[in-house]
Ligand binder design. Structure first.
Ligand SMILES: Nc1ncnc2c1ncn2[C@@H]1O[C@H](COP(=O)(O)OP(=O)(O)O)[C@@H](O)[C@H]1O
Ligand SMILES: [Mg+2]
Length: 411
C-alpha cells in the first residue's frame, strides 16, 4: 500500500516538475522575445535622439544667426518714420528729415500694432525694426519754441535794475556781438534769475527774447525729470541742438532746481537719472562757450537747494535776484495790468499798492483780474473800489485767514 503510494507520489512529483520546467521555458522564451523588442525600441529611440540632436544643432545655429543679425540691426543707425497707411501686407511710411515716402514690410508681430501716425524706427534697408513709444513722440512738447514772444520790457513793472543787467548780459551780446569783439572780452553766456514765485522771472526771460529778436526756447526742469524719465539727458542734448539750429536763440531753463538740486544725491535710481540729466546740462553749457549767438537764462524759486556746480563761476555770468515788488513796483504792475480797465472815479492804484504789501507781481495781476470779474458779476460797467477790496481779500486775505485758522486748531 505504502509502495504504491510512493510510486504514484513520485510520478506526480515528476509530472509537476515537468510542468514547472515547461512553464519556465515558456517564460524564458517570452523574456527573450521581450528583450528583442526592447532592443529594437532602444535602437529606434536612439535614432530619434540622434535626429533631435541634429535638429537642435540646426536651431542653435539659427538662434546664433538671429542674435548676430539682431546686434547688427541694433548697431546700424536707425531712422525715424511715421506710418501713413497700413495695408494687409505692406505699410506706407514717411521718413522724417527728408519726407520721403516708401512702402515697406514689417515683421508680423509688429504689423498688428501699426496704425496711421505710429512712429517707428527703420534701418538702412527701410525695414521697420521697432515701434517708438509715445514718450519719444512727445519729446518736442517739453520744449516750447516761440520764434519771438510778444512781451516787451514796458509790460514788466518795477524791475528796472534787473532789466538793465539782463540787457547787458543777454541782449547786447546777441544784438551787437562786435562790441565785445572790439574790446576783446568774451561775451557773457548766461544768467541765473532767482526769486520767489510770481515775481516775473518767466516774463522777463520772454521780454529779453522779444527785444533781442531771438528764438525763445522754453524748457521746464521739472517736466524734464518727471515726465520723461530715462530721457532727460537725451532731451537736454536735443534742446541744445535745437538752440544751435535756431540761433540766435535764448534757451530758458525754468525751474532749474528740479534738475540741479543738491537734495537729489541720495543714490536712488530717480536721483541717478536726475544727476545724469544734470551732468549733460553742465557738459552742454560748457560746450558752447565759443558760440556767441546762444544765451541761457535759467530761473529758480529755490536757489538755496541748487547744486554748487551750477553756481560756480563760469557757468552763469551773472546771478540776479528778482525781488518782490516795492511800493513803486506794485504801483507800476497794477498800472500795467489795469491799463485798459474802466475804473470808477476815485480809484487810486497807489492806494491799492499800499494795501498789498506782500503781493507778488502774479498776485497783483490776479487782483486786477478778480476786481474786473467782480464788476462783471454785478453787471456794472466799471470797476469800483469795492470790487478791488473784495479782490484783495480773495487773493491775499483768504490764505492768511485759513492758515491762522489752521494754527488755532493746533494751539
Ligand atoms: N514784475 C511784473 N510786472 C508785471 N507783471 C508781472 C510781474 N511779475 C509777475 N507778473 C505777472 O504774473 C505772471 C506770472 O509771473 P511769472 O513771470 O511767471 O513769475 P515767475 O516766473 O517769477 O514765477 C506774469 O505773466 C505777469 O502777468
Ligand atoms: Mg516762472
Amino acid at each position: 500500500m505504502s509502495e504504491s503510494t510512493t510510486v504514484s507520489d513520485q510520478s506526480t512529483i515528476q509530472e509537476s516538475f515537468a510542468k514547472r520546467i515547461s512553464a519556465l521555458e515558456m517564460e524564458i522564451k517570452n523574456t527573450a522575445e521581450e528583450l528583442e523588442s526592447t532592443k529594437i525600441e532602444r535602437e529606434e529611440i536612439r535614432a530619434k535622439l540622434f535626429e533631435s540632436l541634429i535638429t537642435n544643432k540646426k536651431y542653435l545655429r539659427e538662434v546664433e544667426r538671429l542674435k548676430k543679425e539682431n546686434t547688427l540691426l541694433r548697431r546700424m543707425p536707425l531712422f525715424m518714420a511715421t506710418v501713413m497707411e497700413v495695408a494687409e501686407d505692406y505699410v506706407l511710411l514717411r521718413q522724417h528729415g527728408n519726407n520721403q515716402e516708401f512702402i515697406t514690410a514689417a515683421p508680423p508681430e509688429l504689423m498688428s500694432k501699426l496704425e496711421p501716425n505710429t512712429r517707428v524706427a527703420i534701418n538702412n534697408s527701410l525695414t521697420i525694426v521697432r515701434i517708438l513709444d509715445r514718450s519719444v513722440d512727445v519729446r518736442a512738447k517739453t520744449m516750447e519754441l516761440i520764434e519771438a514772444p510778444d512781451i516787451s520790457y514796458d509790460q514788466v513793472g518795477g524791475l528796472e535794475e534787473q532789466i538793465k543787467e539782463i540787457r547787458e548780459t543777454v541782449e547786447l551780446p546777441l544784438t551787437s556781438p562786435e562790441i565785445f569783439a572790439e574790446i576783446g572780452i568774451e561775451p557773457p553766456r548766461g544768467v541765473l534769475l532767482y526769486g520767489l514765485p510770481g515775481t516775473g522771472k518767466t516774463m522777463l526771460a520772454k521780454a529779453v527774447a522779444h527785444e533781442s529778436k531771438a528764438t525763445f526756447i522754453h524748457m521746464s526742469g521739472s517736466e524734464l525729470v518727471h515726465k520723461f524719465i530715462g530721457e532727460g539727458a537725451q532731451l537736454v542734448r536735443d534742446i541744445f541742438q535745437m538752440a544751435r539750429e535756431k540761433a540766435p536763440s535764448i534757451l530758458f531753463i525754468d525751474e532749474i532746481d528740479a534738475v540741479g538740486s543738491i537734495r537729489t544725491h541720495d543714490g536712488t535710481t530717480g536721483s541717478a537719472e536726475v544727476n545724469r540729466t544734470m551732468m549733460q546740462l553742465l557738459a552742454e553749457m560748457d560746450g558752447f562757450r565759443t558760440r556767441g549767438d546762444i544765451k541761457i537764462i535759467a530761473a529758480t524759486n529755490r536757489i538755496d537747494i541748487l547744486d554748487p556746480a551750477l553756481l560756480r563761476p563760469g557757468r552763469f555770468d551773472r546771478i540776479i535776484e528778482i525781488p518782490m515788488p516795492t511800493l513803486e513796483g506794485r504801483h507800476k504792475i497794477l498800472e500795467i495790468h489795469a491799463r485798459k480797465m474802466k475804473k470808477a472815479e476815485g480809484i487810486d492804484l497807489m492806494e491799492i499798492a499800499k494795501q498789498t504789501e506782500d503781493a507778488s507781481g502774479a498776485d497783483l495781476k490776479a487782483i486786477v483780474v478778480e476786481a474786473g470779474m467782480n464788476a462783471i458779476r454785478t453787471g456794472a460797467h466799471e470797476v469800483t473800489l469795492q470790487d478791488f477790496d473784495k479782490a484783495i481779500k480773495k487773493v491775499l486775505g483768504d490764505e492768511d485767514e485759513s492758515s491762522e485758522e489752521a494754527l488755532r486748531m493746533f494751539t
